[in-house]
Design a protein around this ligand. Structure first.
Ligand SMILES: Cc1cc2nc3c(=O)[nH]c(=O)nc-3n(C[C@H](O)[C@H](O)[C@H](O)COP(=O)(O)O)c2cc1C
Length: 225
């Protein structure tokens, strides 16, 4: 194929192939290997590894190692310069720094997210509270807030017992809109969503739901990633 005939998607794919090095795989289901979000997300990560040989994958399992809820020392530390922080405040922010460094290093972030009571699980919310930080992932100026994590790609694998992408339950979906909003707030706006929905046997059932999520994953990955 002549270089000048390559379309934008192919060009983007070529560019990513040479540039992409780091994949951050965030798991948040407490169901381990039984988890549907994890199963579909794992296949996406494997596919990415095949496409980009040499890519480094960092796995952060929030169900096995949940970040703590943010407490007094954490919040106090946020508004205190690093030199002035108490040892307790420094300790409270240490994990936040580690989690932010993982995000900064990632080119693609794959999030496996079960729906728990219409939103993401509380462990993922705790992770979000650790990574949304003024001066590290979001900056404020007279123009207002601006996300600092530019040029990253996120793939959200969202597992639900019911169907929320369309139909009567759509207004009850606080998982996808929330994640899009908060990731956008820190600058991650290039987001693809793979719903694994209707998992309950009374809805679509796991076999069909997973098959259609796998098909959606292949569609996404065949485009520029
Ligand atoms: C605590 C809890 C709350 C749940 N809340 C919802 C819900 O609000 N809506 C829904 O459709 N499914 C809900 N489910 C079902 C899960 O979304 C479903 O089991 C899905 O498979 C979880 O993803 P996983 O397999 O990756 O763990 C809930 C499950 C649990 C354990």
């Amino acid at each position: 194929m002549n270089y000048t005939t390559l379309n934008d998607a192919t060009l983007k794919q070529k560019e990513m192939r040479t540039k992409m090095k780091n994949i951050l795989f965030i798991q948040s289901s407490p169901r381990g290997s039984e988890s549907y979000s994890q199963k579909v997300a794992r296949s996406i990560v494997s596919d990415l590894e095949e496409r980009y040989p040499g890519a480094k994958v960092v796995v952060r399992d929030l169900a096995q190692n949940p970040p703590p809820h943010v407490g007094e020392a954490f919040v106090g530390g946020l508004s205190t310069g690093s030199e002035q922080r108490t040892p307790e405040q420094t300790k409270a922010l240490a994990l936040s720094d580690v989690l932010i460094d993982e995000l900064l290093a990632a080119d693609v972030i794959v999030l496996a997210v079960p729906m728990h009571n219409f939103g993401p699980p509380s462990t993922l919310k705790a992770w979000i509270d650790h990574v949304v930080r003024i001066g590290r992932t979001v900056s404020y100026s007279q123009k207002g807030p601006e996300g600092m994590l530019k040029g990253k790609r996120a793939i959200l694998v969202l597992a639900r017992g019911g169907v929320y992408s369309d139909g009567p339950a759509k207004p009850m979906d606080f998982q996808e809109p929330y994640l899009r909003t908060v990731l956008g707030f820190i600058g991650i706006t290039d987001i693809d969503v793979v719903p694994v929905e209707g998992l309950a046997r009374s809805a679509i059932g796991p076999e069909k739901a997973v098959a259609s999520a796998m098909a959606r994953s292949r569609e996404i990955l065949s485009q520029a990633v």
